[in-house]
Design a protein around this ligand. Structure first.
Ligand SMILES: Cc1cc2nc3c(=O)[nH]c(=O)nc-3n(C[C@H](O)[C@H](O)[C@H](O)COP(=O)(O)OP(=O)(O)OC[C@H]3O[C@@H](n4cnc5c(N)ncnc54)[C@H](O)[C@@H]3O)c2cc1C
Length: 338
């Protein structure tokens, strides 16, 4: 005898058991309104004026849609292409669309710009809270958000470069196109300090910078060497440390030269990291890459430390944000189970 199945009704033979005592997924909640400790901290530290903005951001970062972007950006790792189909060197990293959406959300919200564009008491607190909410969805894209934010005090050290670059860095927009920075209205910034022989001790850097003509702050140099850990290699430019005759100096190195040709920053490969996989981290070689000196010659560490300090501040915010999300998940899980 054959069983008769009606496709419009649940198939009783497919129901092996009833699912119960399982927590619901933590989504479609307001990550700001439901975080008492964060709300109290924001008010206590002078950013109460930002609560409407933070609540709106918390609704977004708690939404099922944005949480899904976080999963997708990690399920689909960035892919590196050294050359295109025709054989031209491109050094291109392709990200999943979800990564770009997260970047758009972060940059349009001003996580990279707000305290610089509108400095006032509590501005850094408000921005840190927003970054804390964003980081709970996905940590990897926080790397270029943070580096772009943190680059501002370093770039300000050289007024000619600040004038040219800061308006586009502070723009609350995202332009992921692989085109020269001159053609864009919104830019992201990375950094290249770490070399094989030393991460913490950047004074051991061996990359060399050769003046193109005049020497000193704001002048053009060509950089030859390597960097062992350059994250977000699709950023429009990088703050890079290299040695001149007068010691370690800092340079702003774009991915494109002023004539629109590709600056010779060649990606060797992407790191195969245990975590932080949505964020591409690359090993690069600088083959005469054009860059402009930031800050004083031989004072590269004080120049880039302005950026490093802010990225390390964000490492703290990001780690705390990860812990908050872990606690929220654990509480949600425990509340949903007997
Ligand atoms: C996800 C990720 C992204 C990154 N992105 C970038 C990037 O975009 N650009 C970039 O330039 N770098 C980047 N880095 C590299 C990072 O900055 C270095 O890993 C970091 O500076 C540490 O250097 P290291 O790994 O060589 O460790 P080491 O310098 O070898 O340090 C190893 C250990 O020794 C300790 N240590 C080192 N020196 C001392 C000392 N003098 N006294 C006591 N203890 C010491 C350190 O605290 C550490 O615990 C990234 C790293 C990660 C993990």
């Amino acid at each position: 005898m054959t069983a008769k199945h009606d496709n419009l009704k649940p198939d009783p033979l497919a129901q092996t058991h009833e699912v119960f005592n399982q927590a619901r997924a933590l989504e479609d909640y307001n990550a700001y309104d439901n975080d008492t400790a964060l709300r109290e901290a924001v008010r206590r530290h002078g950013a109460g004026w930002a609560e409407d903005r933070l609540s709106a951001h918390g609704a977004k970062t708690g939404s099922a849609e944005v949480i899904e972007w976080g999963f997708l950006a990690n399920e689909h790792k960035p892919q590196f292409f050294s050359h295109d189909r025709q054989g031209y060197r491109v050094d291109f990293v392709k990200y999943h669309e979800a990564y770009h959406r997260l970047m758009t959300l972060g940059l349009e919200s001003g996580i990279h710009s707000a305290p610089w564009a509108d400095p006032k008491p509590g501005a850094h607190v408000a921005r840190a809270a927003q970054s804390y909410l964003q980081g709970q969805v996905e940590a990897g894209h926080g790397c270029p958000l943070t580096m772009t934010f943190a680059s501002v005090p370093s770039i300000k050290l050289t007024s000619s470069l600040a004038k040219e670059w800061l308006p586009k860095i502070l723009n609350n927009a995202y332009d992921p196109r692989n085109v020269p920075h001159m053609e864009k209205q919104a830019l992201t910034i990375g950094m290249g300090m770490t070399e094989k022989q030393g991460g913490s001790d950047v004074r051991a850097n061996t990359t060399r910078a050769y003046p193109v003509a005049a020497e000193g702050p704001g002048e053009a140099y060509e950089l030859v060497g390597h960097k062992w850990f350059t994250s977000a290699p699709m950023c429009d430019a990088f703050l890079v440390l290299a040695q001149t005759d007068n010691g370690l100096s800092c340079f702003l190195v774009p991915r494109w030269r002023p004539d629109g040709s590709k600056n010779p920053i060649q990606v060797q490969r992407l790191k195969n990291k245990m975590g932080n996989v949505s964020n591409a981290s690359s090993e690069i070689e600088l083959r005469g890459a054009l860059g402009w000196m930031i800050g004083e010659e031989g004072r590269g560490v004080p120049a880039i430390i302005e950026m490093v300090a802010m990225t390390r501040f964000d490492c703290m915010v990001g780690s705390t944000s990860g812990q908050r999300q872990a606690v929220a998940q654990a509480v949600n899980h425990a509340m949903g189970r007997a």
